[in-house]
Design a protein around this ligand. Structure first.
Ligand SMILES: Cc1cc2nc3c(=O)[nH]c(=O)nc-3n(C[C@H](O)[C@H](O)[C@H](O)COP(=O)(O)OP(=O)(O)OC[C@H]3O[C@@H](n4cnc5c(N)ncnc54)[C@H](O)[C@@H]3O)c2cc1C
Length: 657
């Protein structure tokens, strides 16, 4: 059974009942826009195709949406009688937007009389359904029914597609839902007509299925290698393994349980471990990240990644809400289990993960990758995914030395700001205490100026951590546990540094900018990874703070003038932006805030060149992936980048036997 967004919707027993009627096994492809395989049926309004079937009572706008992964069931939309007949008969319906072929059956269901009645249920999407945060979610079905002008009893199946929070009216904070409802095919047109006469809250839509291509024909002489086990590498390896490519994952750091021990020891004042820290080791920077699973993109690939995270819950209880909540969050305590569970899946599918194996060089012959030199010897390979993150500066240097095309990229740098969590709760929730229903509040702010200043990686109820991957350098970041229950709220406060401010034209100039300020911070912190800190008000005055309030960093603090720990361009932008943020919070942003820094690893200062469609570097066989390659910023986007590269490799190469 595949998990529905709220974990309640889809029931394997129904598929069994469909299969028993001989429908499940038939391959079928179908497309909503061209049910009769004639272009005349097809029209578009804005971004969405319109089903304009002459046999339909009305044109039904159909939004594409996906919420399941591999083998997702596709189904027709819009209640077109011809298409439905085709589907019922198990006929293939050619696609008007590129032919697609799915082997899964459409979702037939009959909740009440499964034995005899087989209804074709059609999906409707109902948006902007609102519930006060004080109201129980059990009332949602009733609200949805009201939007559809049907009784709650008429709704057989439904699930939440998206849940977000409207904080604008502090006296009545509301959850806002988008819900999918399945209705019998014969009722769909009537329900839609009636609902749409009242509002445009309801529409028909169809899922865009998650797909991987069939294996390509180009031979691979060796198993593919994935370098780095962060979200980018791990997900690439998972999808390759799922398709039988038996990838070898090389990770310079330690398995997650050893890594936890090393990180805890460092936090409590112990030695820095250069290969096992907050940034290196199993799961990459993602493992001790805050676990916010937000991503700018949407669609079936994003959803498939979230599903995998939701499935791989380890011993912790699952968190299916990450599939639909607008700000999905796992927390640093859950991520190690997720990472380990994905590794186990890769191994069970024939892949292999080798820890404490650092890739030190690429073996290239005639512009083609032929192998890798590692700390444990050479490994022959003709396909390698390079997903080493943006902290592996030795990898960047090696690439440049090897002549792999690498270019400068603007990156984010600034400080981290911390407030008492209680203050953030009052700013966001007002005088009413919604903490029981909503947990501690988060926020995000952007202010415009000659350079935008924006918050980034906000950790409600979190901690500031030393984001260090090299001895002798210091930077900050933040994390929180799944309960988000510390008394502090921290957030990156960053500005994008344009390449024109790098001071040189070579590809590694941005890396040197990061290193310059991280080294200064380390020296200021007495070489003990003490954290440079300054009150926000003193920062604006340009004075060191004589004292600072308690804050969450674990290894001690040193007062500093943070302006010295960032490029002048960034300091100027923060000077302009901070007062604006204070105005946005009606004078509450600056007063109790402390700034720490530098926050220098917000994104990669380089991009490793790759072809847009093949995803290959000009060095044949080398596939740069994820944040370090300059194609992602965050856990989910790095994971999706890995998935898409796996897809490109699957479509091109044959799996080796
Ligand atoms: C403290 C912190 C909090 C964060 N919070 C969030 C958050 O809440 N939400 C979010 O979306 N993002 C967050 N991020 C960012 C997120 O973690 C990264 O965007 C993401 O991990 C990037 O994935 P990646 O696979 O590209 O690289 P990484 O995760 O950096 O993984 C790279 C891997 O490659 C390995 N490696 C490096 N060099 C070599 C080599 N030579 N040989 C073999 N292996 C090598 C490293 O050990 C590492 O395991 C956070 C980051 C940090 C540091």
């Amino acid at each position: 059974m595949r998990m529905g967004r709220n974990g309640t919707f889809w029931d394997a027993s129904r598929k069994v009942s469909v299969a028993a009627r001989g429908l499940a096994a038939r391959p079928m492809s179908q497309n909503v826009t061209n049910c009769h395989a004639t272009k005349r049926c097809q029209r578009r309004v804005g971004a969405f195709p319109i089903v304009a079937c002459p046999k339909m009572s009305r044109n039904v706008p159909v939004r594409k949406r996906s919420f399941f992964g591999v083998g997702r069931v596709d189904r027709p939309s819009g209640g077109c009688p011809q298409m439905s007949a085709n589907v019922r008969a198990g006929k293939k319906v050619e696609s008007g937007m590129g032919s697609s072929r799915f082997s899964s059956p459409p979702r037939f269901a009959s909740a009440s009389s499964r034995a005899s009645l087989q209804l074709l249920l059609m999906p409707l999407r109902v948006s902007n359904v609102r519930l006060s945060v004080d109201a129980p979610e059990s009332g949602l079905k009733e609200r949805v029914a009201r939007s559809l002008h049907v009784s709650a009893g008429e709704i057989r199946e439904w699930k939440i597609l998206r849940k977000s929070l409207d904080l604008r009216d502090k006296r009545d904070i509301q959850f806002v839902y988008t819900v999918e409802v399945l209705v019998p095919e014969e009722d769909q047109g009537r329900i839609l007509d009636r609902a749409r006469r009242q509002s445009n809250q309801v529409e028909a839509f169809v899922d865009e299925p998650f797909q991987l291509p069939d294996s390509g024909g180009e031979p691979m002489r060796h198993r593919p290698v994935v370098i780095g086990s962060g979200p980018g590498g791990l997900l690439a390896a998972y999808f390759l393994a799922e398709r039988g490519y038996r990838p070898i994952v090389l990770e310079r750091g330690t398995p997650v349980h050893e890594r936890i021990r090393d990180v805890q020891a460092f936090d409590s004042g112990g030695c820095f471990e250069p290969e096992s820290n907050y940034l290196f080791g199993e799961g990459g920077a993602g493992t001790f990240s805050d676990g916010k699973l937000t991503c700018r993109g949407t669609g079936p690939d994003v959803l498939r990644v979230l599903e995998l995270f939701a499935e791989c819950k380890g011993q912790q209880p699952g968190k299916p809400s990450i599939l639909y909540y607008h700000r999905p969050h796992l927390g640093s305590n859950r991520l190690p289990a997720v990472v380990k569970a994905i590794r186990r899946k890769i191994e069970s599918l024939g892949g292999e993960v080798r820890f404490k194996t650092r890739v030190e060089d690429l073996l290239i012959r005639n512009g083609r990758l032929v192998g890798l030199a590692t700390s444990s010897g050479e490994i022959p390979t003709d396909v390698a995914i390079l997903a080493t993150g943006h902290s592996a500066r030795d990898v960047y240097t090696m690439l440049v030395n090897r002549g792999v095309p690498v270019v400068q990229k603007p990156f984010q740098i600034g400080v981290r700001v911390e407030h008492p969590q209680e203050l953030v709760n009052r700013v966001q929730f007002g005088s009413r205490h919604y903490e029981d229903q909503l947990g501690n509040a988060d926020y995000s702010l952007v202010v415009k100026g000659f350079a935008d200043v924006f918050t980034f990686c906000m950790c409600a109820g979190g901690h500031i951590i030393p984001s260090v991957s090299q001895e002798g350098y210091f930077g900050t970041n933040g994390m929180s546990l799944s309960k988000r229950d510390s008394p502090y709220a921290n957030s990156g406060l960053v500005v994008t540094l344009p390449t024109s401010e790098f001071g040189a034209n070579d590809p590694l100039a941005g890396v040197r900018v990061q290193e310059l300020y991280e080294k200064l911070a380390f020296e200021l912190g007495r070489g003990e990874y003490a954290c440079p800190v300054q009150r926000a008000t003193d920062y604006l005055q340009g004075t060191r703070s004589s004292s600072v309030p308690a804050f969450s960093y674990p290894r001690g603090a040193v007062t500093a003038n943070l302006t010295e720990l960032m490029p002048p361009y960034i300091a100027k932008a923060l000077q302009a932006g901070l007062p604006q943020m204070d105005r946005a919070w009606r004078g509450k942003f600056l007063r109790d805030a402390v700034l720490v820094g530098p926050e220098s690893r917000g994104s990669s200062p380089i991009r490793i060149v790759r072809d847009d469609s093949s995803r290959e570097s000009p060095i044949h066989g080398l596939y740069p992936v994820g944040e370090g390659a300059g194609y992602a910023g965050g856990i989910v986007s790095a994971a999706v980048d890995g998935l898409r590269t796996a897809r490109a490799i699957i479509g091109r190469f044959a799996a080796i036997g």
